[in-house]
Design a protein around this ligand. Structure first.
Ligand SMILES: Cc1cc2nc3c(=O)[nH]c(=O)nc-3n(C[C@H](O)[C@H](O)[C@H](O)COP(=O)(O)OP(=O)(O)OC[C@H]3O[C@@H](n4cnc5c(N)ncnc54)[C@H](O)[C@@H]3O)c2cc1C
Length: 405
């Protein structure tokens, strides 16, 4: 039987990453139980650092998990500290400590992805997540979605949310094919134990070293116990888009030969780096079919240059829960509304993140000098207020009154 207006719909979420757990947490808060099907057989602390900006922090507070999150996060005092690649000369830096809270009511933090996941997971009721469940197929055409798992289990929920990340199986069934294209870029990611990192990298600062064809970002995470390094470089013929693929320290060093010796020391101090090819995907034209929809990277994979991948998944979760809770009589209508509210914003973020990939990699010369001069007058925290001030509840209220978009 398909759930009717009076019933509580049975909601299945494929993927227990940041977006899937946030969806379960916000749905629970709205009085809607759900089941999360996660392919991993155990929850291990995979991944590295993430920036958690005010728009995401606001939602962690709303979920009641901010205190848990803060036990292992680092509050950034300085952000967008741009430095020249050979000398480390500071081109600009933004004092976040005072400005963030004044402008947006919350600070900006950095954290290990696993710590963010744990904090969000603490708002999910026990028994919600089923591990070792890899979704291998979906039929969304009937009155109820039909989900198939690798172990042969078949589930027919009333509502299905595909939060299964960048290689989403749910997306491949729902959306018209939108092939990933080669961006020519890859990212090296590594963690450095704080005791092996130079003091400049242990400061609560997000620092971006920019040079020809490359840039490197570092910031402390895990209550200051680790320094997170992520560096962008030409990909050559490397095309593996995976959070778990490894590279060698030598490959990482080769890409940054000739850069400031302090950075070379930092790379040398790193453990085995990960390497991840950045593939480019245009925004999807739709996310939902009937009672099935997408959320997070499954819906809108984006380059990491605005550090908004996790935040957008959490925002999706908050809006989705509000839309489903606000229209129990017709979940398909609720999903449609969710998509209408979220797609313009996430498409814009996909587009601006894409455009940013060129700016940091200019060769030295007149264009780079103009860019560097422009950094001096820039105020990214204010310029990107459309990202940081977003509040899902306000966005929903504005859509109802027609006061904004
Ligand atoms: C292992 C890993 C490490 C990451 N590390 C970083 C990092 O260091 N820095 C950073 O900025 N971002 C990282 N990310 C990406 C970041 O978490 C996402 O960009 C962002 O949080 C959006 O969240 P999401 O829930 O959409 O996707 P994700 O957080 O990627 O979650 C997707 C989830 O779906 C599960 N899944 C996938 N396919 C299936 C399937 N067929 N059946 C069932 N479950 C499935 C995955 O195991 C995963 O748990 C990482 C992602 C992963 C999966």
């Amino acid at each position: 039987m398909v759930a009717s207006a009076a019933e509580t719909p049975e909601i299945a979420i494929v993927g227990g990453g940041i977006g899937g757990l946030a969806a379960a947490a916000f749905l629970h808060r709205a009085g809607l139980p759900s089941t999360v099907y996660e392919q991993a057989s155990e929850l291990t602390p995979v991944g590295a650092g993430v920036v958690v900006a005010p728009n995401a922090v606001r939602l962690l507070r709303r979920l009641g998990v901010l205190d848990t999150f803060l036990e292992r996060a680092v509050q950034l005092q300085v952000g967008w500290e741009f430095r020249r690649w050979q000398t480390g000369t500071v081109l600009s830096a933004e004092n976040l400590e005072a400005a963030c809270e004044r402008l947006y009511g919350e600070h900006t933090y950095t954290a290990h992805r696993a710590d963010l996941l744990d904090a969000i997971g603490s708002a999910v009721p026990a028994g919600t997540v089923r591990l070792g469940r890899r979704c291998v197929g979906l039929d969304a055409a009937g009155p109820r979605p039909v989900l198939r798992f690798a172990d042969g289990e078949v589930v027919e929920p009333d509502v299905l949310i595909g939060a299964d990340g960048i290689h989403s199986v749910v997306r491949s069934t729902l959306a018209e094919p939108s092939p990933a294209t080669y961006s020519g870029l890859c990212a090296f990611r590594a963690l450095v134990p704080a005791e092996r990192a130079p003091s400049f990298a242990r400061r609560p600062a997000q620092t971006l070293w920019i040079g020809p064809d490359h840039h490197l970002v570092h910031y402390p995470i895990s209550a200051g116990r680790l320094v997170n390094l992520v560096a962008f470089a030409p990909a050559g013929d490397y095309s593996i888009e995976s959070w778990t693929a490894a590279a060698t320290v030598e490959e990482f060093l080769t890409e940054f030969a000739g850069w400031d010796p302090r950075l070379i020391d930092l790379i040398r101090a790193a453990g085995t780096p990960g390497r991840w090819a950045l593939l480019d995907r245009a925004p999807l034209r739709r996310w939902s079919v009937g009672r099935t929809t997408l959320l997070g990277d499954a819906a809108h994979p984006m380059f990491p240059f605005f550090a908004q991948g996790a935040a957008q998944a959490i925002e999706d979760a908050a809006v989705l829960a509000a839309c489903l809770a606000g229209d129990r009589a017709d979940p398909a209508r609720g999903l449609h509304r969710y998509e209408e509210l979220r797609r313009p914003r996430t498409s814009r973020l996909q587009e601006v993140s894409h455009a940013r990939s060129f700016v940091n990699h200019l060769p030295d010369g007149p264009e780079q000098e103009v860019r560097d001069a422009s950094f001096r007058d820039a105020d990214p925290l204010v310029a990107n207020s459309w990202i940081y001030k977003y509040d899902p509840d306000a966005a929903i209220a504005e859509a109802v009154t027609g006061a904004g978009g």
